[in-house]
Design a protein around this ligand. Structure first.
Ligand code: AMP
Length: 211
């Protein structure tokens, strides 16, 4: 098993691209820290109860809480799989925790999208609460409005996708997550893809970056 980290602002398309690639390739496993946390909140576990208020206000949950979840997934992943790790690490402390897990890092891929595009992307984002598929009202609409193509559930707007919370999440991204770009660049692990070219083109560029 090895790990590819997806770096990029909220709304840069990390989940969309990872989901797209993993759907067509059994050797790729998409692991989203946000989906793990939303699952814990929905199930009402202790971790979910602790995480809920942080998530709704767009702040990062405590490092130890999310790191424990990621550790469990890493421990359960074996064989030839490549884990597409989406949303973790989010700061330097988490990057060091990940280093300490001993799982080999193959690459960190930055999906580069300017802030000016992010607000519009998140405003149109719709998510399937059941199978986690992501859509956008203009850029990636479902076949039937408001209904998931894959599982038929009603699509929802994430609570933390309102404009004020998005602005806070972007600030946190620039302050806490962006330093990871240099962290992985200095170790020769960074690749950057242009995230504004459409899902399929981004996926092709991403795949060649990790080949
Ligand atoms: P995402 O789906 O990646 O946008 O994450 C949604 C929310 O989950 C974030 O705004 C944070 O509150 C929380 N979250 C996800 N991943 C992490 C992480 N690695 N560290 C701390 N909080 C996280």
């Amino acid at each position: 098993m090895n790990i590819v980290i997806l770096l990029g602002a909220p709304g840069s398309g990390k989940g969309t691209v990872a989901g797209f690639l993993a759907a067509g390739d059994g050797s790729l496993k998409h692991v989203s820290s946000g989906d793990l946390l939303r699952g814990a909140v929905a199930q009402g576990t202790d971790a979910g109860r602790e995480a809920k208020a942080y998530m709704e206000s767009g702040r990062l949950v405590p490092d130890a809480l999310i790191a424990t979840m990621i550790k469990d997934v890493v421990a359960a992943t074996t064989g030839d799989e490549t884990m597409l790790l989406d949303g973790f690490p989010r700061n330097l402390a988490q990057a060091k925790i990940l280093d300490g897990m001993g799982a080999p890092l193959k690459k960190a891929v930055l999906i580069d999208v300017p802030d000016s595009i992010i607000q519009d992307r998140i405003a149109g984002r719709r998510t399937c609460p059941q199978c986690k598929a992501g859509y956008h009202v203009k850029n990636l609409p479902p076949k039937r409005e408001g209904v998931c193509d894959k599982c038929g559930a009603q699509l929802v707007v994430r609570k933390d996708d309102n404009p004020e919370t998005v602005a806070d999440r972007l600030k946190i991204y620039h302050a806490e997550t962006e330093p990871l770009i240099e962290y992985y660049r200095s170790r020769g692990l960074l690749a950057t893809v242009d995230g504004t070219t459409g899902v399929e083109n981004v996926a092709v560029a991403f795949k060649s970056a990790i080949a």
